[in-house]
Design a protein. Structure first.
Length: 345
């Protein structure tokens, strides 16, 4: 871990909209140097940098973090010190290889590197704790409105709020994990353009965000309606959104996390209606991308049903998302179907 008098070396995996804003926040406070891993937008960012239109940062043209790469660096062969933090801001597509644990493996130093998961969903830490049992794994729950309408062009229209806490690792002393969370919060907050706070109750925070993510995300993706239009569409809120959210609230309660009585209404009205905001899963379906339904929908469904909670709305949504994902896999040749005329009746 870098000491308080030096910059932390950060590898940020995922150079899309949320990743770009995270990299910017880490660098403008002069408490971190960021190597960002870009994929589909690599050519645009390496040539021109990011063009950012942000409610937090204003307009910034041609901005680049310290280093831009398109593959995960190998810690053993990298010049300079190893990474203190690996910050993962990629979509978590649990049912499509490679796994995140395998993806970042070249850059991880066992017992040293702190892994920060700024990702949605429940139980996302379990594969990382299994792969890296002696590394600190931090939870990042992000509340931000940002998208990338063109490669390297970032539009942020909802302020960045980030909750950071440690996923409980039974192999490490709690104070080491808490210290890592505190250090990351300090570095991320140093630029003064974001609200980043310590999270004393990681599971509860994740269940709370699932009231939005496990419900509005798949419903909007399946219907093709954004969060404004879904509220205008006849009985969609009463018949789909609210019942799904109440199932998440019940599952959270069964898991020992009592959420505020107002949470369902708060999440339905979180996005100003006139923003007509497409949540991430809808954006992915519009682009033909894989959707991260397993961790944000499948895991809370499985947890809730295991605890005896009836979740009929979420169960239907889950299997609809599974079918959407199968279609995406077929397009990419990841599943095969018998050719036409091969069935004998």
């Amino acid at each position: 871990m870098a000491n308080d008098e030096s910059k932390a070396s950060v590898l940020l995996v995922g150079g899309g909209s949320v990743g770009a804003i995270a990299a910017l926040n880490l660098e403008i406070g002069h408490q971190a140097t960021v190597t960002i891993v870009c994929r589909s937008n690599f050519a645009a960012v390496i040539q021109e940098g990011y063009t950012i239109r942000s409610c937090d940062h204003g307009t910034i043209n041609n901005w680049k973090p310290t280093k831009i790469v398109n593959t995960i660096p190998n810690a053993a062969s990298e010049e300079g010190p190893p990474f203190d933090y690996i910050v993962c801001v990629t979509k978590n597509i649990a049912d499509v290889p490679p796994s995140l644990a395998d993806l970042i493996r070249p850059a991880v130093i066992p017992s040293k590197t702190v892994i920060v998961l700024i990702q949605n969903g429940l139980n996302i830490e379990k594969p990382l704790l299994a792969a890296y049992p002696h590394n600190t794994i931090l939870s990042g729950v992000s509340l931000i409105g940002a998208n990338e309408p063109a490669p390297g062009h970032i539009a942020q229209d909802f302020p960045d709020t980030l909750h950071i806490g440690a996923f409980a690792n039974p192999n490490l002393p709690p104070d080491i994990q808490e210290s890592a969370a505190e250090d990351f919060v300090r570095r991320y907050s140093a630029g003064g353009k974001t609200h980043c706070a310590l999270d004393p109750n990681v599971p509860r925070t994740r269940w709370r965000k699932l009231v939005y993510n496990a419900c509005l995300n798949p419903i909007c993706a399946i219907t093709g309606l954004d969060t404004g239009r879904i509220r205008l569409a006849d009985d969609a809120v009463a018949g789909l959104v609210r019942p799904a959210m109440l199932e998440i609230v019940a599952a959270a309660r069964a898991a020992g996390h009592e959420l505020p009585a107002t949470v369902v209404g708060d999440m339905i009205d979180m996005d100003p209606l006139e923003m007509y905001l497409p949540p991430s899963m809808l954006s992915d379906t519009r682009k033909g991308n894989f959707i991260e339904y397993e961790n944000i929908l499948g895991e809370p469904l499985r947890e809730g049903e295991k605890l005896g909670v009836a979740m009929p709305t979420l169960r239907v949504l889950y299997f609809l998302c599974q079918a959407v994902q199968w279609k995406n896999k077929e397009i990419r040749g990841l599943v095969s179907i018998p050719p036409k005329g091969s069935f004998v009746t």
